[in-house]
Design a protein around this ligand. Structure first.
Ligand code: DAH
Length: 346
């Protein structure tokens, strides 16, 4: 039986040498190594042999099988190379050229902007904090000095959520600003507090070049003993310098927000006309980028922080506007239409 095996092997290898196509190679495999091959039959019948025979025939059969298998693998590689070379000749491609790089993903420009803004405030000691997108009336409005009948509710066209109202916190809505997170932080933390709160916000609005029903904001809050308007201005000047560059003019003007007193708006010199006046800035030379102010005593009291001991400043800005201004993008919808021709430029 041993010599039969050796003979079979020689025959198989001779045949293998002549094979030039993958299909023939497969037939060869089935014939010599497949379930119904002679080799498999011999291996299966080992149990019926005497112990001695079993040992010697078994060893030979296994050796033959290993050799045939390794020659089969070699042959597969050779055939593959021959095939590639033939294809290369036919198509005139150089198979030695480096492969095409795999496409890797990248961060969305809005995400990158959020990271960049957070990084700037991080370096000034502010921690990043997040809150829920679906929010209670209490944190979005009440705790921020915006009671039910307050006119400030009108400018925030709200998407209410159809679930049962809570007896203390009222109905639920998609938060209209990230200032809701400020209300939560004031309630749940002890001063000193320094946080920035990035996230998505929602308004019930029709979509156009400057409005989408979902966009992004980042709010900030600093509460400690002895915080003044000078801290607010110093921090926001530094942000503007780091984000928009060294020489960009910054302007503060009075503004009104129910949760701060006094309130301000901050504008930067227009990035298109550098302050001379153009279409983007409505000929004023300035572009408003955020609202801010000193935390209203009543808002602090909502969170059990004593306004006699502590003071603080808060600010909030739209994120989407920032890359629009920086790169001169004139339609906010481009961020959300998932067109790689646009997105892969950043
Ligand atoms: N929440 C305001 C808005 O969405 C922006 C804002 C203004 C946030 C003043 C603040 C602030 O924290 O102090 O228009």
């Amino acid at each position: 039986m041993i010599s039969r095996l050796e003979q079979m092997k020689l025959g198989a290898l001779k045949e293998l040498d002549l094979i030039a196509a993958a299909k023939e190679l497969e037939l060869w495999r089935v014939n010599y190594l497949g379930k119904k091959s002679e080799l498999t039959k011999i291996l299966r019948s080992l149990s019926s042999l005497s112990v001695e025979e079993r040992r010697s025939v078994g060893a030979t059969a296994n050796r033959v099988r290993t050799e045939l298998e390794s020659r089969l693998t070699q042959k597969k590689c050779t055939l593959r190379e021959v095939q590639l070379a033939a294809a290369a000749r036919e198509e005139d491609v150089d198979v030695t050229l480096p492969g095409r790089p795999l496409l890797t993903g990248r961060l969305h420009p809005i995400t990158e902007t959020i990271y960049e803004v957070c990084e700037i405030f991080n370096s000034m000691g502010f921690q990043v904090t997040e809150g829920p997108d679906v929010e209670w009336n209490y944190y979005n409005f009440e705790a921020l000095n915006i009671p039910d009948e307050h006119p400030a509710r009108d400018v925030m066209s709200t998407s209410w959520v159809d679930i049962e109202a809570d007896k203390d916190r009222g109905p639920m809505l998609l938060r209209t600003h990230t200032t809701s997170v400020t209300a939560r932080v004031i309630e749940s933390r002890e001063p000193p507090i320094r946080v920035v709160e990035p996230g998505k916000v929602y308004r019930y609005e029709a979509t156009d070049a400057t409005h989408t029903p979902m966009f992004h904001q980042i709010d900030g809050l600093a509460i400690d003993k002895g915080i003044t308007m000078a801290d607010l201005k110093g921090t926001l000047y530094e942000f503007a310098r780091r984000f928009f560059g060294e020489g960009r003019g910054v302007r503060f003007r009075c503004d009104y927000f129910p949760f701060v007193e006094p309130g301000v708006e901050m504008a930067i010199e227009c990035l298109v006309c550098n302050g001379r006046g153009c279409r983007l800035c409505g000929n004023t030379g300035w572009i408003e980028i955020l609202g801010a102010g000193m935390a209203h005593p009543q808002v602090l009291e909502h969170g059990d922080i004593d306004p006699e001991t502590y003071s603080g400043f808060a600010f909030g800005m739209g994120i989407d506007r920032l890359p629009m201004l920086r790169y001169g993008i004139d339609d906010i919808r481009l961020f959300y239409s998932n067109d790689l021709r646009f997105l892969s430029q950043f």
